[in-house]
Design a protein around this ligand. Structure first.
Ligand SMILES: [Zn+2]
Length: 209
């Protein structure tokens, strides 16, 4: 995977959370409770003895997909479906996020809830900090429908549309080319579509670490 996709600081945790599902490869690290437990522990969001219920798992996956919907909206301009923000709001509520002050004149948002609710709340406090810092609109989901991989747009003018220009970007360009020429050369369309399918394997291996 290209380093250029990485988000700065803790925002990378949110990007990795969204990418627990690899849509194109059909893989999901949150496919079961054990998968969610492992991911949370590996990323320092929960203790090894955290209890994960099936409700926790469902809510984690729902939050992930709501975040993906928001990241897709960052990549095209149209607003995210209303339900996405309701999902974030509900997760923040369950996490009982509160403003905490300390004697070093600092204030931060923290989850009062423990367990999975608290861990998901921690991700949302990172989102809030990113919004405050102005970096949030740069975290996007790839515009290719069968990809939707989360990436951080490092371009100067925030114009990045694909997780990987060399793969998803070229694929979209090739499709646009085929569509432009489909009217005049209808027979070429099938050949082109077949060619792009062969590219799928290369994509999967290229974007991984
Ligand atoms: Zn992509």
């Amino acid at each position: 995977m290209s380093k250029q996709q990485h988000a700065p600081g803790e925002l990378e945790l949110v990007r990795e959370f969204v990418n627990t599902a690899d849509i194109e490869a059909g893989e999901d690290r949150l496919a079961d409770r054990a998968g969610l437990t492992t991911w949370l522990v590996e990323h320092g969001l929960a203790a090894a003895d955290v209890r994960v219920s099936s409700g926790d798992l469902r809510r984690a996956v729902d939050l992930r997909e709501a975040l993906r919907a928001v990241l897709l909206s960052h990549n095209g301009g149209e607003p995210a479906p209303g339900g996405a923000y309701e999902e974030l709001d509900a997760a923040a509520c369950r996490a009982r996020i509160r403003l905490r002050f300390n004697d070093r004149l600092e204030a931060s948002l923290e989850s009062e809830a423990g367990g999975v609710d608290g861990a998901l709340g921690r991700l949302l406090t990172i989102v809030q900090a990113s919004i405050a810092q102005g970096t949030w609109p740069r975290l996007k989901a790839c515009r290719e429908h069968n990809c939707e991989w989360a990436f951080y747009d490092h371009t100067k003018n925030r114009s990045g549309a694909w997780c990987n220009m060399g793969v998803c970007g070229n694929r979209a360009k090739a499709r646009a080319y085929r569509e432009r020429h489909a009217g005049a050369h209808g027979s070429e369309r099938h050949v082109g579509a077949h060619g792009s399918e062969r590219h799928v394997g290369a994509h999967g291996s290229e974007r991984r670490r």
